[in-house]
Design a binder for this molecule. Structure first.
Ligand code: ADP
Ligand code: MG
Length: 713
């Protein structure tokens, strides 16, 4: 008898080696197999007639009768070529297999098969090479959708599919559903059993999309419950009181005047932290500082920290990447130290000796401002008198991290900076209620980044343009979509909800690999200093390259989207995006925001040969709209809330552990977000600790996800 806890090694065909490979994929038990979802489907049920089947890159499904016996021949290279003909009522086709002499025993005249593969036409003759095939017998129906699983070395999709099928057949029917039936009915969600069965072997498109909707709902709903569980501890009613002070000394150090919106934001923060209620207490600030990329949020944060430092209180500034942390440190440390305050930088790779010193000094109150990554969440870090915690793009941090942060900040003020408009329901789930300051105007004199979309035919001109920018003293970013590891399979059916995040699930074939791209570009532009940076590099190496670029030692930086978040290199004047149609609009806007930060005229060139109307419409939005909020809102409408859950930063994905957003990230269904978070909120409001008997399953499931969440170093 199999149960969800049965180890995969007990399945027939799973020996030590295979079990090891499966465990690399995170598959240990049958339950893990159930949750190992396909990455696409072969729509084999969509059978065509030979006469009108397309002969382009799309694979087609054909029901054919074998017309001849297989003839095999050895060719010069030592390869065997096996050929036979097959037909349907509309025509015939030649089918070829290489180095597969056994097919002689498979295909016999008069037998029926369903073939799936690419059909080509040459001089009016149809042929197919090495198609997939299944015997087509009258009384055993074939599956319409055949799932395609992500592979690892030595484990084909077929092998994994076979194992998944065993698990589904044995277990899917009796899965315990953690969602209460009332909730399921209210929101018309299918059972977990149904969802699991149909995500693997959907009967039709309708059942597939129902399955996807249910799985997306679960991801969001349990995420919200998870946050509620780890942040049970309410923030104190009163926070540290910050004394009234003048910010003039800090302003005097800035080479520019604050915009009105910046002044307003700083004033909001100032009032929050200095106001006292009737009892003389200051309620803790929970404020989000929302403003487009480049709108100047950092300086507002700096002023907030200055105000706090004037009361002999400490501040922590936490950002999602080391590059960004270092950059903030380099910008802020000189200013603060000229005013007599001490700033320190704490990163994941800070050397132990230095780390110990920073920890000591922070605890002793000798450091006023601590800047860092999630290293700031370490248990070892204790502040003497923490007054303010600021996080940049906090939605990128994981559930646990948020909880730790909240605990540390229990009596501190909290400021969150974000360039992404967060849907209200998500903000509520993540932060509870918060106040908003918005920076809508850009700093004076900021020039609009001129944006163009061009096709492949402009390649030569684009190269010349890069040279021109560099010759004029500028620098250039080139961004290529990141690549799924070398799967060059035929294009497959990727259902709509799977393709929302185009970058993750496409099969790298025609994408420009950043590494090859760089080598190629260097050949074409031999006089330029070109460097490449990608997500699989060590973060220290990435930092070093970024540093070199910032210091002007690199002319052209080719990268995957690892540069996306917040870096500031004012001398960069050109942002070139390859396969631009593969990016989300908000992402493109973020990328565009990397240039135009200095005084030079800057450009964004989006390269795309996409022909679909939707792709064209999206790129034209980039040409005509410069307001990040407007863009994000249109993106939200066109693509759903995906961006909030598809973290560009691998660390963030790792740290969100049990909470992954495979389906939610790709769902275009905004209503689902509201429903999931709304439902979670109702349940938590009624039973904050989920201790009532009818919430037992919910609690168990949430905790099991939470325990998968990796702990913070
Ligand atoms: P973001 O809001 O994306 O974090 P930053 O804080 O990095 O933006 O600011 C972008 C750039 O704008 C920085 O180089 C900063 O020095 C500059 N800047 C900020 N405020 C002003 C201002 N009021 N006038 C001119 N430049 C400013
Ligand atoms: Mg920023």
């Amino acid at each position: 008898m199999f149960t969800v806890h049965t180890p995969v090694s007990e399945l027939k065909g799973v020996g030590v080696e295979r079990a090891k490979k499966l465990s690399k994929l995170g598959i240990h038990t049958l339950y893990d197999l159930l949750l190992y979802f396909p990455r696409a489907y072969e729509k084999r049920g969509d059978v065509r007639r030979l006469a009108d089947a397309p002969t382009d890159d799309e694979p087609v499904s054909l029901l054919l009768t074998v017309a001849t016996e297989v003839s095999s021949a050895r060719i010069r290279t030592g390869m065997t070529v096996s050929k036979f003909r097959a037909f349907d009522e509309s025509g015939s086709v030649e089918i070829t297999f290489f180095n597969a002499p056994f097919v002689k025993q498979v295909f016999h005249t008069g037998a029926h098969f369903r073939f799936f593969g690419k059909l080509t036409k040459h001089r009016g003759r149809l042929s197919m090479i090495a198609p997939k095939y299944e015997p087509w017998l009258q009384d055993t129906p074939l599956d319409d959708f055949v799932p395609v699983y992500p592979l690892t070395d030595g484990l084909s999709s077929k092998i994994i599919g076979g194992l998944v099928k065993i698990a589904v057949d044995a277990l899917a029917q009796d899965l315990t559903d953690p969602l209460p039936e009332t909730l399921r009915r209210e929101l018309s969600l299918p059972t977990l059993s149904y969802a699991i069965r149909n995500i693997h072997t959907p009967i039709d498109e309708g059942s597939l999309s129902q399955a996807m909707r249910r799985l997306a709902f679960d991801e969001l709903f349990f995420f919200a419950l998870g946050i509620a569980q780890v942040t049970k501890q309410k923030r104190t009613e009163c926070a540290v009181t910050v004394k009234k002070t003048s910010v003039a000394p800090f302003l005097a150090l800035l080479p520019y005047e604050l915009t009105d919106d910046q002044k307003k934001a700083v004033n909001d923060i100032y009032l929050d932290m200095t106001k006292t209620d009737a009892g003389g207490n200051t309620p803790p600030m929970t404020r989000i500082l929302a403003g487009d990329v480049g709108s100047g949020k950092t300086v507002c944060a700096a002023l907030a920290m200055y105000i706090v430092a004037r009361s002999s209180l400490q501040s922590a500034l936490m950002v999602p990447t080391e590059i960004l942390a270092r950059q903030h440190y380099e910008d802020l440390a000189p200013m603060f130290s000229s005013l007599g305050y001490r700033v320190a930088l704490l990163l994941g790779d800070t050397k132990e000796k230095e780390r110990r010193l920073i920890l000591e000094q922070t605890q002793a109150g000798e450091i006023d401002i601590l800047i860092g990554t999630h290293a700031l969440l370490s248990d070892r870090l204790q502040f003497k008198a923490l007054g303010l915690i600021i996080t940049d793009e906090q939605h990128r941090f994981g559930v646990r991290q948020r909880a730790v942060l909240k605990e540390k900040a229990s009596s501190a003020h909290m400021l969150v900076m974000s360039a992404t408009p967060i849907p209200r329901s998500l903000a509520l789930a993540m932060y509870g209620d918060l106040d908003v300051s918005r920076i809508q105007q850009m700093p004076k004199g900021r020039m609009r980044v001129e944006t163009y979309t061009v096709g492949e035919s402009y390649r030569t001109r684009v190269l010349a343009f890069i040279e021109k920018q560099v010759a004029e003293g500028g620098q250039c970013y080139i961004v290529c979509p990141s690549i799924e590891q070398g799967e060059s399979e035929q294009p497959l059916y990727v259902p709509d909800g799977f393709s929302g995040n185009e970058i993750t699930y496409t099969n790298g074939q025609d994408l420009k690999s950043a590494v090859e791209y760089t080598a190629d570009l260097q050949k074409k532009l031999p006089n330029l200093r070109i460097a490449c940076m990608h997500g699989r590099m060590k973060s220290a190496e990435r930092d070093r390259i970024m540093q070199d670029f910032a210091h002007g030692d690199i002319d052209v930086l080719v990268s995957t989207t690892v540069i996306e978040v917040g870096v500031n290199v004012p001398n960069a004047t050109l942002m070139l995006v390859e396969n631009a149609d593969r990016f989300g609009l908000s992402q493109l806007h973020q990328l565009r925001g990397r240039v135009g930060r200095g005084s030079k005229r800057s450009y964004c060139i989006l390269i795309s040969d996409a022909t679909s109307d939707k792709a064209k419409e999206r790129l034209s939005i980039m040409r005509t709209t410069y307001d990040g909020y407007a863009i994000a809102e249109r993106d939200l409408r066109m693509r759903g809330p995906g961006d909030f859950f598809s973290f560009a930063d691998e660390d963030a994905i790792r740290q969100s552990g049990g909470f992954t957003f495979r389906f939610a990230a790709l769902s275009k269904d905004n209503a689902l977000l509201e429903q999931a978070f709304g439902a979670a909120r109702r349940i938590v409001d009624a039973d904050p600790t989920l201790s009532e008997p009818h919430n037992r399953l919910l609690k168990e499931h949430t905790l099991s996800l939470l325990h998968k969440t990796s702990t913070i170093s």
